[in-house]
Design a protein around this ligand. Structure first.
Ligand SMILES: Nc1ncnc2c1ncn2[C@@H]1O[C@H](COP(=O)(O)OP(=O)(O)OP(=O)(O)O)[C@@H](O)[C@H]1O
Ligand SMILES: [Mg+2]
Length: 147
């Protein structure tokens, strides 16, 4: 770690449905912050990809939401919470290639159905919970040190 920090760092971003102008800015800021703090490039990459996919899912599939990040020298915790339709069948949503994205979203290059599977793949700990008609929340932890 290049720069020592002792206190937990908290970041918070608000996300709006279909805001493709701001899209990706929250995760990009998270990536830059982690890089500056001196985390290993693999850790930065995994956290940034997970944050990006969580951010895009809120923008594409929900009404609005928040990305909250808690950074300590040991780990990066990313919480994505939204108000939206929720996910009826989480098992199905976790399958590679499953998507409900409409054509308009697919034309923008999203909707491969790879976001959630990739988040799970890149996370050291991953939790998803959802309430139909209310919203979805994800908890993603990336460990900063190997093992
Ligand atoms: N925050 C969310 N709110 C409601 N539904 C969601 C949310 N996140 C994911 N989903 C549902 O789970 C499906 C799979 O999500 P996933 O991120 O894997 O793929 P995608 O967003 O459709 O495509 P990609 O992430 O590859 O652009 C979505 O198509 C959607 O039906
Ligand atoms: Mg997605």
């Amino acid at each position: 770690m290049e720069e020592n920090f002792e206190q937990t760092i908290f970041l918070e971003f608000e996300l709006e449905s279909h805001d493709f102008v701001q899209a990706g800015e929250a995760s990009s800021e998270i990536r830059q912050r982690l890089k500056k703090l001196g985390f290993a490039s693999d850790v930065v990459r995994r956290a940034a990809i997970a944050a990006y996919e969580a951010e895009m899912n809120v923008i594409i599939h929900a009404r609005r939401g928040w990305l909250k990040v808690e950074i300590t020298p040991r780990q990066i915790l990313i919480i994505a919470q939204d108000e939206g339709p929720g996910i009826d069948n989480i098992h199905q949503a976790m399958q590679e290639g499953f998507t409900t994205a409409p054509d308009m979203i697919r034309e923008l290059g999203f909707g491969a159905g790879m976001g959630l599977p990739n988040i799970r793949r890149f996370a050291d700990e991953f939790n998803i919970s959802s309430c139909t008609g209310e919203g979805t929340s994800l908890e993603i932890i990336i460990y900063a040190s190997e093992g």
